[in-house]
Design a protein. Structure first.
Length: 216
């Protein structure tokens, strides 16, 4: 029996492919591709993989990689905006870059910065860079992000959009064992329609999302 889509909670899913004993499914509604729930890594396996990453705050290459997200969000916000770096990881370079631009940045990461107090208020802007592909329950996570964002606020997302299925097996993004969901631009646009967001996708890996003042 095919699983429910973890992104849109739709039940119109179909088997996509098997790669190295891993099963992948496709949602016909939101076109997300997702790893079979039984094949997702455990929390300890996730943390072990994350600990291998070399993303230091002052790493020039990492900061250059994050610059498009920083610039996109900064251009939308007033000086001194309150921002949440959601899924900041062990080296919150993005938060540091936004702080340098005069914003007030809070951190949350379930492994490295589990400050649940940061989830008890709302923000003018939220960053979610290289995070949503790790979500085991993205439907719930997107609802949480929506609740954390003030009406009129901005969310910037970075994830590598999936395009050609024939390249999926060898795609470097798929080979990361902690990546369990793969999005297309249509996927985020559908989420936006449901949550009252205006979504501007900027392939290959950036989306700028505005929470409308009227909600819908």
């Amino acid at each position: 029996m095919s699983p429910v889509c973890p992104v849109c909670r739709g039940d119109d899913t179909c088997h996509m492919t098997e790669i190295d004993a891993l099963t992948y499914w496709r949602c016909r509604t939101c076109v997300a591709t997702f790893l079979d729930p039984s094949h997702r890594p455990t929390a300890s396996a996730e943390l072990a993989e994350y600990d291998l990453h070399q993303n230091a705050i002052d790493d020039p290459g990492y900061r250059e990689f994050l610059k498009p997200a920083v610039q996109a969000l900064h251009a939308c916000l007033s000086p001194g905006a309150e921002i949440l770096d959601y899924g900041c990881g062990p080296g919150p370079a993005l938060a540091d870059m936004l702080s340098e631009r005069g914003h007030r940045v809070s951190l949350f990461d379930p492994f490295y910065q589990p400050d649940h107090g940061a989830l008890q208020r709302q923000y003018d802007g939220i960053t979610c860079t290289e995070v949503i592909e790790h979500f085991h329950n993205p439907a719930a996570e997107f609802k949480r992000l929506d609740a954390l964002l003030r009406p009129g606020g901005w969310l910037v997302v970075m994830t590598r959009f999936q395009t050609d299925d024939h390249r999926f097996a060898k795609w470097h993004y798929r080979r990361d064992p902690t990546h369990v969901v793969f999005y297309r631009t249509k996927t985020l646009e559908l989420i936006g329609t449901r949550l009252g967001w205006t979504v501007e996708c900027r392939p290959p890996q950036l989306a700028l999302i505005h929470k409308r003042l009227d909600g819908y």
